[in-house]
Design a protein around this ligand. Structure first.
Ligand code: GLN
Length: 750
């Protein structure tokens, strides 16, 4: 060890002592931060402390659980292990774990996806375990391609590392193929794949994060899909396909309290079995990853099974409590896929229960919460016995609005304690109703701390105080607070449905924009106006004569190019629709495409030339405009609140009218070129609104939604030959207004 390393070790030992003894904190990051400041090559310098080998665990969902179970398996097999068990997964977290060990047989390190580019070449791990890639923190990552680039570059910097990866995820398979083809990895060991063989027959979610082949940009087809983009995919054009699996889970059996599956495959040896008292389909993938990794690291099936059986997470991931006589389950969910999996866990429990969601928007959570609109909260409607739903966290108002549009009446709470007091006070929740608390990244620790405190207090109290629920009471509470999706028609409109056309939802779907369509639809339904949403997917025919409102969302560039080529086929019809006053809401990528031209990596792509604007894109995709934003628009009395995430810079023709003027202290709108006081966003052209605002736009800005709906209604009336002017009855928008005001207060200098 060199002098620098010694100094770094000494300084971080002091920091560790201080944190653990004085502040009673786990010292998971700060020692590494201090150590790396003194010795930037610290990880390289300390990697020799790991004697046998190390594994780095990367992936959007499941890292902490998989890392902990692998470390448990290795410890059970008699090895000493260095591990960042608490989930501190930046470079400092890995460095801290190395600083805390004097020497270990194995290193097991969870690592952030983007940071892996930096950590892996320094650490030179024996194995790199890639679990999955879902969109998460798009404001930090830009687009998923960037994460893939980071992972490939990390692997290139450590050519002897074996990649073990989830081949059911086409995004991971693509990484595996790129790594295998990279000259830097010409002598690398062969990749090892795992996946689930056979369809698990799960209901599909509305939005998948990857739909097209990354080799040739064709639509992927699936023999079966498990959830998200995971499944048995193939590209009909270029032959990109899920490979033969080295470790395949088969005969998967799931119930609300546990799971079981067999493992076969080229590398799996004899057919093995694994069972766990953990719920959730995603745990099948997590435990399969554990099995694959531990098997190649030399552990046996009984060692793996024993560690899995004993695994009792105390870190808020699927953590079980018994509080006030209620089963209470706490879990982390931080992206649509994770949340959807959690809703399935809630759905698997048919008994009386309440659900509380907590969403924060700090930097590490992702400041953009558009993604909550891609969670299938609508599934709660079909789940019987949900007796109350709560929304907490700093973005509780947004969550409440999201749930409102899913037909779910959610109560706002300040913390999880309030959930328990509310249900105790309300008297209409069964005494034995379970509590499910689901929280995103920074929302989780306070919920966990509160639950831990309640558990400790109860453990101290006399067991005899616990009251068993009277059996008869349970039935009385069978009624749920969850409303019906289609409220009864009250205004008695007698007319054919207003037709909202959602263009290419299979390509343009990554930024929660589909929420706009949900809002438009519900605001008509709540007024008793018949409404129909038609999704026109890639390859399907668009009938504009039967359309009253068009919606086009945003997407990463690859999908945007496909979408723009597809829409190019109906360019003239679209232009005629716009010229005759057909209403359109076009967001971000969808907005760019309607202009004259836009740029893709420096290449000029012709737009549809319908709107008076063009989009320029200086710099790389890292040079993005990503932030909260508020506008002053003539279409709304309140500020229009949204979130932007784009690389393109759009310039309006001289006489074109913007959608609004930027009035927030963050965000740029069309472009960051020019004085801030003159910053504008979007365009208004005839009855078209083009804008960069995700968020999505309409839930917090219902006036804009109604502006579009008035025009859609006019068109639909005209279509059926009726001339009378229709008024839109005002709705109770108190929840939308509260969500708007909360953000306006944060964003606008007054
Ligand atoms: N790909 C486009 C850009 O980055 C649009 C992205 C989006 O729709 N958010 O400019």
């Amino acid at each position: 060890m060199g002098i620098r390393t010694n100094v770094a070790q000494a300084a971080s030992s002091v920091v560790t002592w201080g944190l653990r003894t004085l502040a009673r904190r786990p010292a998971a990051n700060l020692p590494g931060i201090v150590g790396l400041a003194l010795d930037p090559a610290l990880i390289q310098d300390l990697r020799g402390r790991i004697r046998q080998g190390s594994i780095v665990v990367v992936g959007t969902n499941g890292k902490t659980t998989v890392t902990n179970v692998i470390a448990d398996v290795l410890e059970r097999s008699g090895a000493s292990v260095a591990c960042n068990r608490t989930g501190a997964n930046l470079k400092s977290g890995v460095a801290s774990a190395l600083l805390h060990t004097r020497g270990a047989d194995w290193g097991v390190f969870e690592c952030d996806e983007l940071w892996s580019a930096n950590v892996v070449p320094d650490l030179r791990p024996t194995y790199f375990l890639l679990l999955n890639l879902f969109r998460d923190q798009l404001d930090r990552c830009g687009e998923i391609d960037r994460i893939q680039d980071a992972i490939v570059s990390g692997l290139e910097g450590s050519p002897n590392t074996t990649l073990i990866y989830n081949a059911d995820d086409p995004l991971c398979e693509f990484i595996a193929q790129r790594a295998a083809a990279s000259p830097a990895r010409a002598s690398a060991p062969a990749n090892i794949s795992f996946g689930v063989e056979g369809c698990m027959n799960l209901a599909q979610n509305a939005v998948a994060d990857a739909t097209i082949c990354q080799s040739c940009s064709s639509m992927l087809t699936y023999a079966y899909r498990q959830y998200g983009q995971l499944g048995a995919y193939a590209c009909p054009e270029c032959g990109f396909t899920r490979p033969t699996l080295d470790f395949a889970a088969t005969d998967v059996r799931l119930n609300p309290h546990g799971l079981e599956f067999a493992i076969t495959g080229k590398r799996a040896g004899e057919r093995a079995q694994l069972a766990a008292r953990l719920s959730g389909t995603y745990m099948v993938y997590n435990l399969l990853a554990v099995f694959a990794a531990c098997t190649v690291m030399g552990c046996t099936q009984p060692q793996i099974q024993a560690a899995v059986s004993a695994f009792d997470p105390k870190n808020g991931r699927l953590q079980d409590y018994r509080l006030h006589g209620r089963r209470t389950l706490l879990n982390l969910a931080k992206n649509p896929t994770g949340f959807n999996q959690n809703l399935r866990i809630v759905g698997g429990d048919g008994g009386p229960r309440v659900v509380a969601f907590f969403i924060n928007d700090r930097d590490v959570d992702g400041r953009d919460i558009s993604w909550i609109w891609d969670i299938d909260f609508e599934e709660l409607l079909s789940q019987p016995n949900i007796q109350a739903v709560f929304a907490g966290g700093s973005r509780k108002n947004d969550l409440q609005v999201r749930l409102k549009y899913a037909g779910v009446d959610a109560q706002l709470v300040e913390g999880v304690e309030e959930v328990f007091t509310r249900i105790a006070d309300a008297g209409d929740v069964a005494p034995d109703a379970a509590v499910y608390a689901i929280a995103n990244y920074t929302a989780l620790p306070p919920v966990k701390a509160a639950l831990d405190k309640m558990a400790a207090a109860e453990a101290g109290a006399s067991a005899s105080e616990e009251r068993e629920p009277p059996q008869s009471a349970v039935e009385e509470f069978a009624e749920t607070t969850v409303g019906s999706e289609e409220p009864a028609s009250d205004d008695g409109f007698d007319q054919p449905p207003v037709r909202i056309v959602h263009l290419l939802p299979d390509l343009l779907n990554l930024y929660g924009d589909g929420g706009n369509v949900r809002v438009l639809k519900q605001r008509l339904a709540w007024r008793g106006i018949p409404v129909e949403v038609q999704e026109v997917r890639f390859g399907e025919t668009l009938d504009l004569d039967a359309a009253d409102l068009l919606f086009i969302g945003g997407s990463p560039d690859r999908e945007q190019r496909m979408a723009s080529e597809e829409l190019g086929r109906v360019r003239d019809e679209l232009a005629a629709y716009v010229e005759e006053g057909g209403p359109v809401l076009a967001i971000c990528g969808g907005y760019q495409m309607l202009g004259r031209t836009w740029l893709l990596d420096g290449e000029e792509v012709p737009g549809l030339d319908i709107l008076p604007l063009e989009t320029r894109r200086p710099g790389t995709s890292a040079d993005r405009l990503v932030d909260n934003i508020a506008l002053d628009s003539v279409l709304a009395g309140r500020p229009v609140i949204g979130y932007e995430n784009h690389a393109g810079r759009t310039v309006l023709d001289g006489d074109a009218e913007p959608f609004g003027r930027v009035i927030s202290h963050t965000g740029h709108g069309n472009t960051d070129d020019g004085p801030r006081e003159q910053a504008v966003d979007g365009v208004r052209y005839k009855n078209v609104i083009g804008t960069y605002l995700h968020g999505p736009l309409l839930p917090k800005n219902p006036e804009v939604a109604d502006w579009l709906l008035v025009r859609a209604l006019e068109r639909s009336q005209a279509r059926v030959g009726r001339g009378e002017a229709l008024q839109l009855r005002p709705l109770d928008d108190a929840e939308e207004a509260a969500a708007n005001e909360y953000m306006a207060a944060r964003l606008i200098r007054r």
